[in-house]
Design a protein around this ligand. Structure first.
Ligand code: AMP
Ligand code: ZN
Length: 461
């Protein structure tokens, strides 16, 4: 390790903070479940991308940039995608047709997360490329399923290959769900072919008008969980260091990934550390497509849908990082304004100074389970020089070298006037006070001609 900082991370497997010990410090291996590419990604989907990007940057710092492998998959096996591929490109081989459907969404996702300051992962494998056995011999889904059947962990019933959760004595180790809870709600007639209601699909038959891949069990398509077991093994091996994703993936997705991988490879673990980010919420509810309470990354960056204006990528990124990654975030205009004001303050202090050395105490703060609150507190400290501040921003993906401030006073003034018109004095005063704290004094007056309220401002320091 190049720094003295000792990395500690909260491990969902043990529900405790642990010292991170890589299997091989010359190749630290991280896998994060990526997006399903059928539509624009929303800002909630951006949270794992940003959180694990910070972890990736920290690991590169601690172990060396060439000694970290970061895999974030692309889920392009999905019934909605498949159906569209078959409808729109019936004459193409299935993988090619799917590519045509998912390519624009995939490209958009790359642009979105790049605008949010995320480094590209080392590998971004697509699920469709790992369904059938591969020429390069990398792990594929069909071979994994075959070995699960061969070792008695999976069985065929009613056109499905199912994982038998009773064949694994410690199934449920990650989510720690009581078995009766796993059974509740699953006792419905269509599930009667399962040995246990908790058994889950590895493969299912496709009817002639459904898309499918050839397999030893006829034409069909894989279940959702098996793709991550295949792609993680393909690039990171049977056992690797860190597996990440959002809280919602703990059960069933990650639980089932563990079951498949451990039983197929005969290993005691799949990954040694499991990390989960909390939800990004709107008024207390998880942002999601199905709730309809979402705003896409693209809309935030390029349109005026949220708060009546566009938001720069670094503002969205900081707004995400101001809360500890395991805590929920309530996504609001106010939060974005706070992030914007903070960046403007830092930029004024940096004032074009060249980037200096990254202070070791910052690396130490971050090494405590990505404690960014302490990190930002240190950045705000009086002792932080302009060039160290520039380095500190850059390390977490926030460029502070821009000379002019990004604080768009005119838009703040306009919004404050709108609040005044609505007689929302509290919000109007908040904006005034926030600007004052940034060294910008607002002055209210009247237009002599029209008698309308006009607001001017001056920089007080
Ligand atoms: P999906 O495309 O829904 O499979 O989600 C991709 C990633 O985003 C997964 O790691 C999810 O756990 C995560 N995710 C989805 N919605 C949210 C949210 N509202 N807040 C935080 N993470 C989320
Ligand atoms: Zn996954």
């Amino acid at each position: 390790m190049s720094d003295t900082a000792q990395l500690r991370i909260y491990n969902t497997l043990t529900r405790s903070k642990e010292v991170f010990r890589p299997i091989d410090p010359r190749n630290v291996r991280l896998y994060v479940c990526g997006p399903t590419v059928y539509d624009y990604a929303h800002i909630g989907n951006a949270r794992p991308a940003i959180v694990f990007d910070v972890l990736y940057r920290l690991l590169r710092r601690l172990y060396g940039a060439d000694h970290v492998t970061y895999v974030r998959n692309i889920t392009d096996v999905d019934d909605k995608i498949n159906a569209r591929a078959l409808r729109d490109f019936p004459d193409l081989p299935l993988n090619e047709a799917i590519r045509k459907v998912t390519e624009p969404t995939f490209d958009q996702y790359q642009r979105d997360v790049a605008a949010l300051g995320c480094l590209p992962p080392t590998f971004q494998p697509r699920a469709t490329e790992f369904v059938q056995p591969r020429a390069d011999g990398k792990t594929d889904m069909i071979s994994l399923i075959q070995s699960l059947i061969g070792s008695g962990h999976a069985y065929e019933a009613k056109g499905e290959i199912l994982f038998d959760i009773n064949s694994m004595k410690d199934y449920g180790e990650l989510s720690k769900r009581p078995l009766d809870e796993q059974q509740a709600g699953a006792r419905i007639a269509v599930e009667a072919h399962k040995k246990n209601p908790g058994d889950f699909v590895l493969w299912k038959e496709s009817s002639p008008d459904e898309p499918g891949w050839d397999s030893p069990w006829g034409r069909g398509r894989p279940g959702w969980h098996i793709e991550c077991s295949a792609m993680s093994a393909a690039y990171l091996g049977e056992v690797f260091d860190i597996h990440g994703g959002g809280l919602d993936l703990i059960f069933p997705h990650h639980e089932n990934e563990i079951a498949q991988s451990r039983c197929a490879h005969g290993t005691a673990t799949m990954a040694n550390y499991w990390m989960h980010n909390g939800f990004l919420q709107v008024e207390g509810r998880k942002m999601s497509k199905s709730e309809g309470n979402f705003v896409t990354i693209h809309e935030l960056l390029e349109t005026e849908k949220f708060g009546g204006r566009k938001w720069p990528g670094e503002v969205l990124r900081l707004a995400m990082l101001m809360t500890h990654y395991r805590e929920p975030i309530d996504f609001s205009v106010r939060r974005l304004e706070e992030a914007e004001a903070l960046i403007a303050k830092w930029r004024r202090k940096v004032d074009g100074a060249p980037e200096g050395e990254l202070d070791g105490v910052l690396v130490e703060a971050l090494s405590d389970d990505l404690d960014l609150s302490s990190y930002f507190r240190l950045m705000n400290g009086a002792g932080m020089s302009a060039s160290s501040l520039a380095a500190a921003g850059k390390f977490v993906g926030i460029d502070l070298s821009a000379l002019e401030t990004d604080l768009d006073v005119a838009s703040f003034v306009e919004r404050r006037l709108a609040f005044i018109r609505e007689k929302n004095w509290a919000e109007a005063d908040r904006i005034r006070d926030q600007l004052l704290a940034e060294g910008i004094q607002l002055k209210d007056g009247k237009d002599p001609a029209t008698g309308e309220r006009v607001t001017t401002w001056e920089v007080t320091r």
